[in-house]
Write a protein that binds this ligand. Sequence first.
Ligand SMILES: [Zn+2]
Length: 72
Amino acid sequence: MNAQHSIQLPEPECAFGYSERQLRDALGDRYDDFIEYVLMRANAICTGNSPCAVAHGNTFYQHDVQRFVERA
Ligand SMILES: [Zn+2]
C-alpha cells in the first residue's frame, strides 16, 4: 500500500458507470494510464436512453475503475 497513490472515487454519475469527464476529474494525471488499462475491455456508451436519462457518452464500468485504483 502506498498512500501517495490513493484515489478517492466518487459515486458514478451515470447508470452505466463513470463518465469520461468524471474520471478525468477523479483520476487527474492517472487518467491516461486508466485509458490504457481499459483499452481492451468493453465499455458502454450512454446515449441518454434507459436506464440513464442523461447522455454521458463514453462511460466506464465501476468495477474496472475500482480495480485500476486498487492496483495503482
Ligand atoms: Zn448516463
